[in-house]
Design a protein around this ligand. Structure first.
Ligand SMILES: [Fe+2]
Length: 293
């Protein structure tokens, strides 16, 4: 795969955002900021603090990049929407994260057809401020540029999905979220950690890459890493033998649990008033149907 001749970046044109668009950011930010302490991992919460993403609306990428660049050398670049795989991988390999500049509308806070600036920046930028995860994302991009010749992009995409977007982290205090698709979603924040329905399985690179994902619903299965170092370590290997085995393997449908899968229970959390997690399960639907934050 050759480097792209056009990087698909656009000007964020921050001054063109309307007050209504900034208000959508603030509404979503406030909602998630209330929900995430004790649920998101420390690295995410630290990154959120360090990047000052709550300065009155959608962050100006130029301002944000001064902080992010000093922390880990990453930057956020604006793109019009989803970009071709080769372009995406090339950006990551050079520590640039492509972010949509548009933001969802106020009446669609929980509905998203493709990633907007809230998902891309609130969800992804804080973890890019963490040095080990920053290295992991670069390694992923470099792996993507190599994967084309193995015709294995679908397997590599699963690694991104089950970690960068929907990953959970094991900590002494219980499971914590680091995946951008979870931390940017009120519904999935509660569902992934506290609902009894989904499976939470121990991280195993090859098993994970045999597992397809859902793009249209909550995930039936989440993979739990033991540490960010373990995630990076698993990625810094020669994937060629792994790709050979995957080429001869069958998929494991999402939702299927194997006998040797390490399993994690949902976090127990006593809510105000002493609700149990089983009571929470029925509350999640109520929360999602309520469009008010
Ligand atoms: Fe994302």
């Amino acid at each position: 795969m050759t480097a792209p001749t056009h990087d698909w970046t656009i000007d964020q044109d921050w001054s063109a955002y309307t007050d209504a668009e900034h208000q959508v950011w603030t509404t979503l930010y406030d909602r998630q900021a209330r929900l995430l302490p004790g649920r998101a991992c420390d690295a995410f919460l630290d990154g959120l603090d360090k990047l000052n993403l709550h300065q009155g609306g959608i962050p100006d990428f130029a301002r944000l990049n001064e902080d992010l660049g000093q922390l880990t050398g990453w930057s956020i670049v604006a793109v019009p929407g989803l970009v071709p795989d080769a372009v995406f991988f090339d950006h990551l390999a050079h520590r640039r994260f492509p972010a949509g500049r548009f933001i969802r509308e106020a009446h669609q806070l929980d509905y998203l057809q493709e990633p907007d600036v809230f998902h891309d920046v609130f969800g992804h930028a804080p973890m890019l401020a963490e040095p080990v995860f920053a290295d992991y994302m670069q390694a992923y991009g470099e792996g993507g540029l190599r994967a084309g010749r193995f015709a294995q992009l679908h397997h590599l995409a699963r690694l991104y999905w089950h970690t960068v977007e929907f990953g959970l982290l094991e900590t002494p205090a219980g499971l914590r979220i680091y995946g951008a698709g979870i931390v940017s979603s009120k519904k999935e924040t509660l569902f992934s950690l506290e609902d009894p329905a989904p499976h939470r399985l121990g991280f195993n690179l090859e098993r994970l890459m045999r597992t397809p994902y859902r793009i249209d619903d909550l995930q039936p299965t989440y993979f739990v890493i033991p540490s960010l170092d373990a995630l990076l370590g698993a990625t810094l290997q020669d994937f060629a033998p792994l790709y050979d085995r995957l080429a001869d393997s069958t998929d494991i449908p999402i939702g299927v649990v194997l006998a040797d899968d390490p399993k994690f229970a949902a976090n127990r959390r006593e809510l105000d008033g002493g609700e149990s997690t089983s009571e929470l399960s029925s509350r999640i639907l109520t929360i999602e149907e309520d469009s008010n934050p």
